[in-house]
Design a protein around this ligand. Structure first.
Ligand code: NAD
Length: 498
């Protein structure tokens, strides 16, 4: 293990929950081990929350919602949100190292994610201050109707391990800025940075109970949060099948749900595309975040006229990708999060061979043999009907397909159950728009990799999600809209029984 890993691990202690303003163990005292993706050795223990821990956290959040936080003036509430952003900004390097240690994501990428997390808080504070207003509907000279937005109550946030810190803040920031209180259940495979958020929020001095974290296994702690009647909404990011289960389990308590789910996104390269820029985008879009990225372009469609040249260039890049220690600045692809996931991704590569693909892979240095390293992988000769083209692999693995014309590629691109993102590369402007509009997905990019503008809606179509996060779209989820009808004259009232 590299010295850097050892130094960071030495400072780790048992991860505790953060409930009602205090760091506490589970009532049961139960814990589970947190394993290094780089060496597969145990790094520390994590408190395993059960339903009684969730209940304590929800009660604290309910009390805070009814108490100081609920009564607080907007300017004061938002000043806390800005402060959280500032505190994160001051600790980017430290948090990014923890995140890389815990997840195996390369440090060059986690730094950017943590900076983005700080921005999420500032952005939502601005957004609420400037854009969360009501509407007025005057009706003749008889009524003035107007809308207000109020927070919903206790927000249950359930997050995945693939970009934990960034995705957690993506939910916490709008939930708190709009005035809700929060119980976060982070992914059990990546608990470290979630605890860091709790520490930051504790230092920012938010009233106790406004923000709570309960660690634990999804089917236990997550399920208890989903079923708790005090929790008014669940914002979930994770696998499609988990999302569906959560909606079932939350149905009895009639919550609102936001679902950000899996993807199998196409990237389409026409023969008139800017070859070099398309190449950069294709390679980055699948191999960044170790391929553990919901919006990864895991299906590449190359026009038949440029197929040979383009694929030769992709293969060359794949052979040069630097696989290694996630804490090393030079690393482009690190180890996958956990042995189970690693085995699953490898089993898909075996399946690809059985299904008839030609598998081309980059290199993993021999010194990395203890970690969950999967080399950057291309599945050449993939076809739409194959499982490796239909199912989300969630690793550094890209299926390669070719196409003849626009109609052919739109049909193939839409031939999956997912619909999260899509990327189109062409220098024919009209065709770029046409194809982007024809792809059944929530987010499309034309001549670009995934570059996010925080103001825009984020989310998926088909089995990739329900609802939209991002920008003011988050207000519809995190607030209750109330319409108030005010009579300003003597309008007609039916006179029953007169
Ligand atoms: P997952 O569904 O296994 O787990 C996500 C979270 O749900 C974890 O915190 C887990 O503990 C919890 N959970 C699991 N079972 C639960 C249950 N029965 N009740 C309540 N909570 C439960 O997903 P993952 O493996 O952590 O993440 C990878 C998946 O997330 C991929 O499918 C990826 O595409 C998706 N993802 C989607 C987006 C998006 O915005 N659409 C973003 C990132 C990741």
């Amino acid at each position: 293990m590299s010295e850097q890993h050892n130094t960071l691990i030495k400072d780790l202690s048992t991860v505790l929950h953060y409930i009602d303003g205090e760091f506490v163990a589970s009532k049961s005292g139960e814990t589970f081990e947190n394993i290094s993706p780089f060496t597969n050795e145990s790094m520390n223990d994590v408190s395993a929350g059960q339903s009684d821990d969730i209940d304590r956290a929800v009660q604290a959040a309910e009390a805070a919602f009814k108490g100081e936080w609920g009564q607080m003036k907007l300017e004061e509430r938002l000043s806390y949100i800005y402060k959280i952003g500032d505190l994160i900004e001051a600790e980017v390097e430290e948090i990014a190292s923890l995140e890389s240690l815990d997840t195996g994501l390369p440090i060059r990428q986690t730094r950017k994610m943590v900076s983005r997390a700080a921005l999420n808080f500032r952005f939502y504070a601005d957004q609420v201050k400037n854009l969360m207003f009501g509407e007025v509907y005057p009706v003749d000279d008889e009524f003035v109707n107007y809308t207000t937005r109020t927070p919903v109550g206790v927000a249950g946030l359930i997050t995945p391990w693939n970009a934990p810190f960034m995705l957690e803040t993506w939910k916490i920031a709008p939930a708190l800025a709009t005035g809700n209180t929060v119980v976060l259940k982070p992914a059990e495979w990546s608990p470290l940075s979630a605890n860091r958020i709790a520490e930051v929020i504790d230092r920012a001095g938010l009233p106790k109970g406004v923000f709570n974290v309960v660690h634990g296994i999804g089917e236990v702690a997550g399920d208890a949060l989903v079923k708790h009647k005090g929790v008014k909404l669940i914002s979930f990011t994770g696998e499609t099948k988990t999302g569906s289960l959560i909606m079932k389990h939350g149905a009895d308590t009639l919550k609102r749900f936001s679902m950000e789910l899996g993807g199998k996104s196409p990237i389409i390269v026409f023969d008139d595309a800017d070859f070099d820029r398309a190449l950069d985008a294709v390679v980055w879009g699948i191999f960044s975040f170790n391929g553990e990225r919901c919006t990864a372009n895991s299906r590449l469609f190359v026009h038949e006229n440029i197929y040979d040249d383009f694929m030769a260039a992709v293969k060359e890049r794949v052979g040069n990708i630097k696989v290694g220690d996630p804490l090393d600045d030079a690393t482009e692809v690190g180890p996958l999060i956990k042995t189970e996931h690693f085995e699953n991704v490898k089993s898909y590569i075996e399946l690809a061979k059985e299904e008839g693909c030609d598998v081309i892979q980059g290199d993993v240095p021999e010194s990395m043999s203890r970690g969950n390293f999967v080399p950057p992988t291309l599945l050449i000769g993939a076809e739409s009907h194959m499982r490796v083209v239909q199912e989300e692999i969630f690793g550094p693995v890209m299926a390669i397909l070719s196409f003849t014309d626009e109609e052919d590629v739109v049909r193939q691109a839409n031939d999956v159950e997912y619909g999260l993102a899509g990327y189109v590369w062409t220098n024919n402007l009209a065709r770029g728009h046409r194809v982007a509009q024809a792809i059944d997905a929530g987010m499309l990019w034309v001549n670009s990799q995934n570059v996010r503008d925080l103001r825009t809606p984020f989310g998926g179509a088909k089995n990739s999600g329900i609802g939209r996060e991002g920008g003011y779209y988050a207000f519809d989820f995190y607030t209750e809209i109330k319409i108030i009808h005010v009579a300003i004259g003597d309008h007609h009232i039916p006179q029953f029984g007169k």
